[in-house]
Design a protein around this ligand. Sequence first.
Ligand code: NDP
Ligand code: 8X3
Length: 257
Amino acid sequence: MTRYVLITGATSGIGKAMAYAFAKNRDQVILTGRRVEKLQEIQADITEKYGVEAFYYQMDVTNAAEVVAVCQQMLADLPQIDILVNNAGLALGLEKFHNYDVADMVTMLDTNVKGLLYVTRQILPSMVERDQGHVINIGSTAGIYAYAGAAVYAATKSAVKVLSDGIRIDTIDKNIKVTTIQPGIVETDFSQVRFHGDKERAATVYQGIEALQAEDIAQSVLFVANQPRHVQISDMTIMATKQATGFMIHREREDHS
Ligand code: NDP
Ligand code: 8X3
């Protein structure tokens, strides 16, 4: 049976890679994000490449009223939503807590935590009603291991993990799976966004290590989503081979001798 997969933050990085991976798997993908031109571009490309239907809806997950309106529109337009991937998220800044820009702190909370709540609160009731569904939340190794300059980002990702666990408990009597995916270092636009567009600084994050690619996470998510009905993967942590904890990374240095 055709599955409908709703992905938040599908315009870039991990979300975009998941859209392609699910479409290649013959699932119908529902792309969301703020940048409508990117959504249109990806929708057209997916349709051309895989011949499956792809849908898009512009949706800023921090805007509670917009999330209600857009999610209700999706539920009216589509037969059902089988899989919800809460992926939209970001880090802003990398500073000691006492120096942190408060607006950046609030945006992380609004996006990574409140955004996930708004979307899930709209979509989950339809899964409960159908007694079927899968919520996949993108956490982070930062949610397990706090690191310097990232107290708030780490806290938001820790919240993602605990919210997943709580939702899993609340839906225990339903055929609903809840999974937290916790990636380590993945080379995407994440660091450019974190450093407010500073590409040079962002590039240093991925120097000297073979970081994970968005496609690696997409394949892990697809694996989780393709398990038989009785198998629920609750958590999956994926790191680069030369990464041991959230920020313990072995970097090869350039030889200047
Ligand atoms: P990208 O910056 O490449 O992608 C982030 C996505 O989130 C974009 O599609 C963006 O879309 C969307 N987004 C951001 N804010 C909003 C918003 N307010 N409303 C809707 N969509 C929004 O980064 P990644 O692909 O790396 O990040 C995806 C997820 O993975 C995030 O939750 C991140 O925390 C997590 N993660 C990333 C890791 C990494 O090392 N890269 C590691 C662990 C977890 P648009 O701008 O169009 O709205
Ligand atoms: C993103 C990965 O280690 O930069 O969640 O926080 S990290």
